[in-house]
Design a protein around this ligand. Structure first.
Ligand code: DGL
Length: 273
């Protein structure tokens, strides 16, 4: 029997998944969370399916040891490459961020032209296009990988002329083909949402899959009778953060995104799992 009071496990290659954590904290505030950011091995976006699957499997094992009741793959690359395989290997309910993002995009588009920005892996997998077309077969889905966005975010260059310049280059072709919807298909990208929005202009709706992911997580927990009825008290163990490297840097960054004093982030050796 899974305990309703158990935490939700959330993971990403680094700080990007915190954009999903923020939404979960907001929409289901009674829940405990254990977060793992694979800061030693970021980025995932340029790695192969095999490598991302191996890393994801290790993280799932670590989260299982934390007795989580559900797992959120808060990384588009891992959702694209590894989710199908790793969810079969455990009984713990698992959701990723791609399906929820695809659902919102297919609902909000008016002209059916949807842009996806993400890592090389996410774009190469074609997964957004696949899910969007299942929901709206007339949609035209155009993917663009933006490999420099993740290091820019990890370096904290959220508002910076360098980020502006790179965004203009990456996004130019999406502007030219007149998309009306753009999916932020990497959990790091909501952190530079302002820059992306400015470059794309007001006519393009930006979709952040985090909101819908948290909503679907809540539904999943309800369905499985796993919602935490007793509000967990804000204390040391309501929200726990683990990384594979550079915990101080992670902690500073996390505290700038989540308005909750993150007291500690613990470094673990993920290769042991
Ligand atoms: N934040 C991740 C994603 O959503 C991965 C970024 C990376 O490690 O390349 O795809």
């Amino acid at each position: 029997m899974i305990n309703q009071n158990a935490p939700i496990g959330v993971f990403d290659s680094g700080v990007g998944g915190l954009t999903v954590v923020k939404e979960i904290m907001h929409q289901i505030p009674n829940e405990r969370i254990v977060y793992f950011g694979d800061t030693a091995r970021v980025p995932y976006g340029s790695k192969s399916k095999e490598t991302v699957t191996k890393f994801s499997r290790q993280i799932v094992r670590f989260l299982q040891m934390q007795n989580v009741k559900a797992i959120v793959v808060a990384c588009n690359t891992a959702s694209a490459y590894a989710l199908d395989e790793i969810e079969k290997e455990t009984d713990i309910p698992m959701i990723g961020v791609v399906k929820p993002g695809a659902k919102v995009a297919s609902e909000v588009t008016g002209n059916g032209k949807i842009g996806i920005i993400g890592t090389e892996g996410t774009i190469a997998s074609g997964i957004y296009s696949k899910y969007i077309k299942e929901l709206n077969d007339k949609a035209e889905v155009i993917g663009r990988s933006c490999p420099l966005f993740v290091p820019l975010v990890e370096e904290g260059l959220l508002q910076d002329p360098v980020t502006d310049e790179i965004a203009k280059r990456y996004l130019a072709e999406l502007i030219d083909i007149d998309i009306d919807t753009l999916v932020l298909g990497c959990t790091h990208y909501p952190l530079i949402r302002e820059t992306v929005g400015r470059v794309m202009g007001d006519k393009v709706t930006l979709v952040n899959p985090a909101y819908e992911t948290a909503r679907e997580l809540k539904e999943l927990l309800e369905e499985k009778n796993l919602l935490n009825e007793e509000p967990a008290k804000l204390g040391d163990d309501k929200y726990r953060f683990f990384v594979s490297d550079a915990s101080e840097k992670f902690k500073r960054f996390a505290n700038s995104i989540i308005k909750y004093g993150i007291l500690s982030a613990k470094t673990i050796n993920i290769e042991e799992y």
